[in-house]
Write a protein that binds this ligand. Structure first.
Ligand code: P6P
Length: 346
């Protein structure tokens, strides 16, 4: 009896993502179940992509399809698989009115034969895919908004909403383990895939970013293209002639999900600043709708900050599906310091 009791006790301690999602649905009296089904499908699609990522080296799918995506980047085969997996997971679910993806130029409508729902989905099916061949962590990033326009079909207006209005934001990281991290505006929760069960189990209840850290993360190869304020901040962080109360380490993977996840757990700052290589045409690199905005919702929910360097990312009014923005994510202390440096020095 005792043995079964301990198993029962262990079972009751295990919180699957499904159990967590249902628990939150019950707390929301107006819930219709559409959001629950949406989150279930994200978890399902992530398991399928995780399996493909893990087998990549074995199935000779590391190569490219030869296609070029809307960003002008050569599409890796896994990108194509991840894109198709996410699309196929949602086109028939009756929870979305439209989608947008890094891999597709235009808005993605729901096929006429399927029911429509009240949410939009913006996603990067496999961010960091240029790192795949080196077996570096890659990830899926997703962002959900409510439909705001009348009529049946979703429009770009439903997608081009400020991040402050997101309903759900999250990412899946395919690393030494597969983790899904998301927020619905009630804190940030992390789930780790238990491969033998095929279940995401709650491993990081209520993630909070430290108020300060000692890791800065940026591509120093672009240093000469940054504004004076950013360069001064980095010079200060790296300086040894000042009495800094903590030495900094530099960590940069070049895969947003991996760099953001480490920053979220350990603290510090991640930066992809505005590039002034052509001062007449300053540009960001990371995309607003399906990279910066979902990460910003997560970081603010975890007690951190997310900025373009001038305004909170969540307050940016999108104008184009694939628009790019400069992105700073991190602990309050480092974020306030870099924003102050930009304000003072430009
Ligand atoms: P760079 C990956 O291609 C990506 O979109 C993000 O995941 C990552 O943060 C960034 O680009 C890396 O860019 O210019 O440092 O290689």
């Amino acid at each position: 009896m005792k043995k079964s009791a301990s198993i029962t006790a262990r079972m009751s301690d295990i919180i699957t993502i499904e159990r967590h999602i249902l628990h939150h649905e019950r707390q929301n009296p107006e819930a219709t179940g559409q959001l629950t089904r949406l989150l279930y499908q994200i978890a399902y699609a992530s398991k399928v992509i995780s399996r493909e990522v893990r087998r990549a080296g074995l199935l000779d799918i590391l190569g490219t399809t030869g296609d070029v995506n809307v960003q002008g980047e050569t599409v890796q085969k896994l990108d194509a698989i991840a894109q198709e997996t996410f699309y196929a997971a949602f086109d028939h679910m009756g929870v979305l009115c439209c989608m947008t993806s890094e891999e597709v130029d235009d808005i993605i409508p729901i096929p006429a034969q399927f029911d429509l729902g009240k949410y939009t989905l913006a996603f990067d099916p496999l961010d960091g895919s240029s790192n795949i061949a080196a077996n570096v962590n890659v990830g899926t990033i997703f962002s959900v908004h409510r439909k705001i326009t009348p009529g049946r079909d979703g429009t770009s207006e439903d997608l081009l909403q400020p991040g402050r209005r997101q309903v759900v934001a999250g990412y899946v990281m395919y690393g030494s383990s597969t983790m899904m991290v998301y927020t619905t505006g009630r804190g940030v929760y992390g789930f780790t895939l238990e491969p033998s069960m095929g279940e995401f189990l709650l491993s990081h209840p209520d993630i909070r970013i430290p108020d300060e850290g000692k890791i800065f993360s940026c591509n120093m190869g672009n240093y000469r293209y940054w504004s004076e304020g950013v360069r001064k901040y980095v010079d200060d962080v790296m300086s040894t002639d000042k009495e800094r109360d903590r030495p900094f380490s530099s960590r940069y993977i070049g895969s947003l999900v991996a760099d953001a996840h480490r920053t979220l757990l350990y603290g510090g700052i991640f930066m992809y600043p505005m590039d002034y290589k052509d001062p007449s045409k300053p540009k960001g690199k990371l995309r607003l709708l399906y990279e910066a905005s979902p990460m910003a919702f997560i970081f603010e929910q975890a007690g951190g900050m997310a900025s373009t360097g001038e305004i909170p990312v969540l307050d940016v009014q999108p104008t184009e599906l694939h628009q790019r923005v400069p992105l700073f994510l991190g602990s309050k202390r480092e974020m306030k310091e870099v924003i102050a440096s930009i304000k003072q020095h430009g």
